[in-house]
Design a protein around this ligand. Structure first.
Ligand code: AMP
Length: 439
């Protein structure tokens, strides 16, 4: 006799560094997304979605081969066809690739694009740091004017401010090619006799890209960075004038900022303006919610025509974490107008139909057909904020009527089934008028 094999229980679990976004938290995500969409509308940015997967080379050429992101943190793989691909660790490179590939150069400039979606970095997970995380970003491609830098900064600032966060921009200029060549020499000189005290990564950075030493997260490297000569003192006249104009615009708009010479942004592609946004409630441990900068050379690196551009990216998990830490209230999804309640099998059939008809007519209608008792259903209607409940039982079906209950006063009236929509609309309209008069 064949023995029956016991089915092996497989344990399912979340992959390390990943995060489920459960329904309660989605309320925060909706609020943030709505702000992003509103900002895009207000400032004239159009949405772009690029694929999550790109050729690995795209990131090597733009973000930089010896950055942590590319050298240590990319999810890379080779396809059965032999293509070397990576999950995107950031979205700017993909957007610029798309700009070039679709000839957006021929559109009126700047082309203003925004994106929202998941990014992937195989970093060490910790509070506010995931391996899959969401970013939204705004990119203005094709204009060199400092007013565009300022406007993009203002967008990032306003989104967070309107979400109720107390934030500050930390800003710097990483100069243009001319200023940088000069400054890198000065930096190498400064670090020459301190070399032995640097962390292993910074020793390598000193040879290839000394400006990244300023951005190191290791404490003793940070202390040395604070004493280092500052880029702003070595800017070319052109880069200095550009930076000063950006700051003047920010002053004009009362944007809270501080000059921070250590903001160099970890990636290769930044030029001129560079900034990060920090939240101020936890002074001891400022964590960046987002950052951005100008990247005038990026399109050329990818084989396109020289195209000045500026943009930013914000981390959505971190924004939401800060909103929760600061107990920022968000509207509950309690905006139903009407709940359809039913008592008995026959009534349920009719109620299903009534629900569909109301939904198709754009009433904000809700139900819970699996509940049988009226009390349970009224409780749910209350929790969902319904202003009226339509009640259908055996008697109402035989009479061709429906009971309408005002959830605030508890008053119930019988109405003709055929007039249910007219009666409902009349009452909802009256509620709006009454509440306007109270204001
Ligand atoms: P970056 O492109 O590294 O400057 O990232 C911009 C923003 O994305 C950061 O300020 C964070 O808010 C967010 N971010 C970056 N890496 C992560 C991560 N591993 N987990 C969660 N958020 C992240």
């Amino acid at each position: 006799m064949a023995t029956k094999k016991k089915a092996k229980k497989t344990q399912v679990q979340l992959v390390k560094g990943m995060k489920d976004i459960l329904p309660d938290e989605q309320l925060y995500w909706n609020v943030v997304k709505e702000k992003v969409f509103k900002a895009a509308r207000d400032y004239g940015f159009s949405r772009i979605d690029t694929p999550i997967v790109e050729f690995t080379n795209l990131f090597k050429r733009t973000v930089g081969e010896d950055t942590d992101i590319v050298s240590k943190e990319m999810y890379s793989f080779v396809t059965p066809g032999g293509d070397k691909l990576s999950l995107r660790p950031e979205n700017t490179a993909g957007v610029v690739r798309s700009y070039i590939e679709h000839g957006m150069l021929n559109l009126p400039q700047p082309v203003k694009l925004f994106y929202i979606g998941p990014q992937f970095r195989h970093d060490k997970p910790q509070a506010g740091r995931y391996r899959q995380f969401w970013q939204f970003g705004f990119e203005a491609i094709g204009d060199n004017d400092p007013v565009i830098d300022a406007q993009v900064i203002i967008i990032s600032y306003n989104i967070l401010k309107e979400l109720g966060l107390d934030i500050q921009i930390q800003i710097n200029s990483v100069g243009d090619e001319e200023s940088r060549a000069n400054y890198m020499k000065i930096l190498r000189q400064y670090y020459q006799d301190k070399k032995k005290d640097l962390c292993v990564d910074c020793k390598k950075r000193l040879i290839k890209s000394p400006m990244r030493l300023l951005d190191c997260k290791v404490k003793y490297c940070q202390e040395m960075a604070l004493e280092a000569p500052q880029m702003v003192d070595y800017l070319s006249d052109d880069a200095k004038e550009h930076f000063m104009s950006v700051l003047e615009y920010l002053d004009e708009m009362d944007v809270k900022y501080s000059l921070d010479p250590t903001i160099v942004r970890g990636l290769d592609y930044y030029t001129r303006t560079a900034w990060e946004i920090v939240e101020l409630s936890n002074e001891g441990k400022l964590q960046a919610l987002g950052g951005g900068g100008r990247y005038d050379d990026l399109a050329e690196v990818l084989g396109g025509r020289a195209t000045p551009a500026v943009g930013f990216a914000m981390g959505m998990e971190r924004i939401i974490m800060k909103m929760q830490e600061n107990k920022i209230e968000i509207p509950k999804s309690k905006d139903y107008d009407v709940f359809v309640a039913q008592l008995g099998v026959e009534a349920r059939k009719k109620a299903l139909k009534l629900f569909e008809e109301l939904r198709e007519d754009d009433f904000k209608v809700t139900e819970n057909m699996s509940k049988k008792g009226l009390k349970d259903q009224l409780d749910i209607a209350n929790k969902r904020g319904a202003k009226y409940t339509l009640i259908m039982g055996q008697k109402e079906i035989s009479d061709g009527t429906v009971l309408i209950r005002d959830m605030e006063s508890g008053v119930q009236e019988i109405i003709d089934y055929k007039k249910v929509k007219i009666e409902l609309r009349k009452r909802l309209q009256k509620k709006i008028l009454d509440s306007e008069q109270k204001i």
